[in-house]
Write a protein that binds this ligand. Structure first.
Ligand code: ATP
Ligand code: MG
Length: 572
């Protein structure tokens, strides 16, 4: 491709809303453009990289015997009613009506649709196992679209679904997909971790997430260095000891004027945070609940949502009026004793704590020496806490570390949730009707593009690995007006292109500085500069990632490129 013809609208300034490097660089490099919040177009360079990611995904899925198809983005309401997810997905689902008032959604995912398809077409165990997938556009009206294509409202996903005769066989399909994902993310050169995930609204029990490690990742991962335990913070079990054998003391009411938070109380009463019972007040499906956890820890809302068996969007913080209604006090003074008309839910650890400080349900007062069992009772949940660095590994007892990551893929063991609700059955060997045992498997194709940029960039721009680079090589002609430079650049371009190398020729009538800045910004891995030694047939060769320059004869360039491919383990 000659850059004099290339549609590559680079930007000097990026909008302030682009907070992270991948968002800024993909915009600046003219690879993506925003239409409205969370909705992006892929411009020529960006789309070349997207297609490369798609192809890698496709190849690895096909190797495992998965078959590609393409389904519609539009799905009728009835399908989603049957699984119970029409309401469950809540405001994240884009809904629409046709001219006859029939309701549809733009598919945020396709479990229902695939199950429905298979239900009518696959009747016998002989047709199983089956894994089918598509690479398609998904729609989710995200609460907080951000970070460009990382959390978009329209994005490209590879979604696969497996259908098996039983659990055991489904686990084999699951493992196949796990292996395919390992191959995909390894080929994409991502530094990633596989971690246990929460199954949440998807249903099923076991899931794993593939996290591209990055400080800007929205996902927090707890992992152990001494064993293979790794889980998202939503999922990670918290093991802490709070037992103490102090004798229970008399309850005391203490005056705490305008002292509301645990931090303020710690200072005011000069008591450690772990001596408090922290009350958090929510509305769950419109009804107030008070959750009490140890004062020095944070609540894990996902664990609470799972316990309550509600959808994520049904949990909201209680407003001040609700707080006043149930506790007869202002915000900041809620406690478990004397609450009216609200469920009280405690983390198990509260039941082992002695003589804790809690809100008195009276403005400006707290209670000291409160004890579970003697002074109040509640629904007890084994673990409602958010994991923290330094917590004990639930598997080996060693120490847990926390890192951040971008979820680029996940795999779920769904069991029969969808086959049951959609009545999807087959006949087994004995002619008995059984429900398909399913799995579902997603890769964020467009999100992966951004995750790669997060891991491969420097202060000048993107530093693409060969596998996803929009082009492998950029030939920069320093001065296009110089006949010999132009001719040599053109000749090299023709030769390399003929040999199957993807080459950009910067033949634009711009200054060398502009050209150098652009090539570094768009991150093409091999840089060939045709300049003052063109008349001797000599060009400068360098790699974007190392910046070391070599002078080469034009005839040597092809071999040097192939060596660079090999060094990176890249096969064309
Ligand atoms: P998240 O926790 O980030 O919201 P999710 O659990 O909702 O992700 P899935 O429903 O499992 O995601 O979707 C499969 C894959 O699609 C994810 O692993 C992710 O890579 C990608 N993905 C999900 N939501 C988005 C989005 N809003 N924008 C871009 N990619 C997304
Ligand atoms: Mg999501």
């Amino acid at each position: 491709m000659k850059m004099s013809n290339l549609y590559m609208p680079t930007l000097r300034q990026v909008p302030a809303e682009a907070e992270i490097p991948s968002h800024q660089l993909l915009l600046r490099a003219g690879m993506i453009r925003k239409l409205v919040s969370g909705v992006y177009s892929y411009l020529p360079l960006g789309y070349r990289s997207i297609r490369k990611i798609e192809n890698i995904v496709r190849e690895e899925m096909d190797k495992k015997g998965a078959q590609e198809l393409l389904m519609s983005a539009i799905q009728p309401r009835e399908l989603w009613e049957a699984s119970g997810r029409w309401d469950n997905f809540g405001p994240e689902m884009f809904k629409l009506k046709d001219r006859n008032d029939r309701e549809f959604c733009l598919g945020p995912t396709h479990e229902e649709y695939f199950t429905n398809l298979i239900k009518d077409e696959v009747n016998s165990y002989k047709q199983l196992p089956l894994i089918i997938y598509q690479i398609q556009t998904k729609y989710r009206d995200e609460k907080r679209p951000r970070f460009g294509v990382i959390r978009a409202r329209e994005f490209i996903m590879k979604d696969a679904y497996s259908f098996d005769v039983d659990e055991e066989s489904m686990k084999l399909s699951y493992q196949k997909m796990w292996d395919a994902y390992d191959a995909i993310f390894t080929r994409l050169k991502l530094n990633y971790k596989v971690v246990q995930g929460d199954t949440g609204a998807m249903g099923g029990k076991i899931s794993h997430e593939f996290m591209a490690m990055s400080d800007v990742g929205e996902g927090r991962i707890a992992y152990c260095k001494d064993c293979d335990y790794a889980a998202t913070d939503e999922k990670a079990d918290v093991v802490i000891k709070v037992e103490n054998n102090e004798p229970m003391m008399e309850i005391e009411k203490v005056y705490t004027p305008d002292i509301r938070t645990i931090d303020e109380l710690t200072e005011f009463l000069n008591i450690d945070k772990n001596r408090f019972g922290k009350a958090i007040i929510y509305k769950a499906s419109g009804k107030p609940i008070v959750v009490l956890i140890p004062g020095h820890r944070e609540l894990n809302e996902t664990k609470l949502i799972n316990y309550l068996k509600i959808a994520e969007h049904e949990l909201e913080m209680a407003d001040e009026n609700t707080i006043r209604e149930i506790s007869l006090a202002d915000k900041g003074f809620t406690g478990p004793i004397g609450i009216k008309d609200a469920r009280i839910i405690v983390d198990k650890r509260i039941t082992f704590m002695r003589n804790i400080v809690v809100g008195a349900n009276e403005t400006n007062y707290h209670l000291r020496n409160v004890n579970y069992g003697r002074d109040f009772e509640a629904e007890v949940v084994e673990d409602l806490l958010l994991v923290e660095e330094g917590d004990i590994c639930p598997k080996c007892g060693s120490k847990l570390y926390i890192d951040r990551g971008i979820e680029v893929g996940n795999i779920f063991q769904l069991g029969t949730k969808y086959s049951k609700s959609l009545n999807a059955t087959f006949l087994d060997e004995n002619g008995k009707e059984r429900e398909f045992v399913m799995g579902s498997y997603g890769v964020g194709v467009s999100r992966s593009l951004a995750a790669i940029v997060e891991q491969y960039h420097d202060e000048k721009g993107i530093v693409w690995p060969f596998v996803v680079a929009p082009y492998h090589v950029i030939i920069t002609i320093i001065n296009t007006k110089k006949e010999e430079q132009y001719a040599l650049g053109q000749k090299l371009y023709d030769e390399l292109t003929k040999k199957g190398i993807e080459v950009l020729l910067d033949d634009r009538n711009e200054s060398a500085g502009v050209k150098f800045n652009d090539r570094d910004l768009i991150g093409i891995p091999v840089r060939i500069t045709v300049g003052k030694f063109a008349n001797e047939g000599i060009v400068e060769f360098s790699l974007r990632k190392s910046n070391e320059k070599e002078d080469l004869k034009a005839e040597e360039v092809y071999d040097r490129i192939i060596t660079a491919f090999k060094e990176e383990g890249f096969e064309q």
